[in-house]
Design a protein around this ligand. Structure first.
Ligand code: FES
Length: 126
């Protein structure tokens, strides 16, 4: 039912926890399943994501998608990370069962929420 990539990211999640010195945090939840995902980012002055962390209180697919999403945006620019789609995360995991696609949507939303938080903090600091 789950691909090896999904099982790998579920069993050995990458970038788990909160990034030390994070300057952006995004938290999203899915009202139906009750799962919650938080992405924290450390973005440098050049707009590059130096470090990423995730905390997911959710199902295995949510953990695997958040782990993969953090890997996909690490070292990327804000603009590139903004373009991360849940479909790209699913593709990188070589597929998810249809009933679990919403878990990958949570990962996309969490990344976007963190990037929005970054912009908001920058605006406030002006
Ligand atoms: Fe809701 Fe996976 S079941 S995030």
């Amino acid at each position: 039912m789950y691909t090896e990539k999904v099982l790998d990211h579920f069993s050995n999640p990458r970038n788990m926890g909160e990034v030390e010195g994070a300057n952006a945090v995004g938290t999203v939840g899915n009202a139906k399943c009750g799962d919650i995902m938080q992405i924290s980012l450390k973005i440098n002055d050049d707009g590059i994501i130096e470090d990423v962390g995730f905390k997911t209180f959710g199902c295995g697919a949510a953990i695997a998608t958040s782990s993969m999403a953090t890997e996909m945006i690490k070292g990327k620019s804000i603009d590139e990370a903004m373009k991360l789609s849940n479909a790209a995360v699913v593709e990188a995991l070589e597929g998810l069962p249809p009933a679990k696609i919403h878990c990958s949507v949570l990962a996309e939303e969490a990344v976007k929420a963190a990037l929005e938080d970054y912009h908001k903090r920058r605006e406030e600091a002006k």
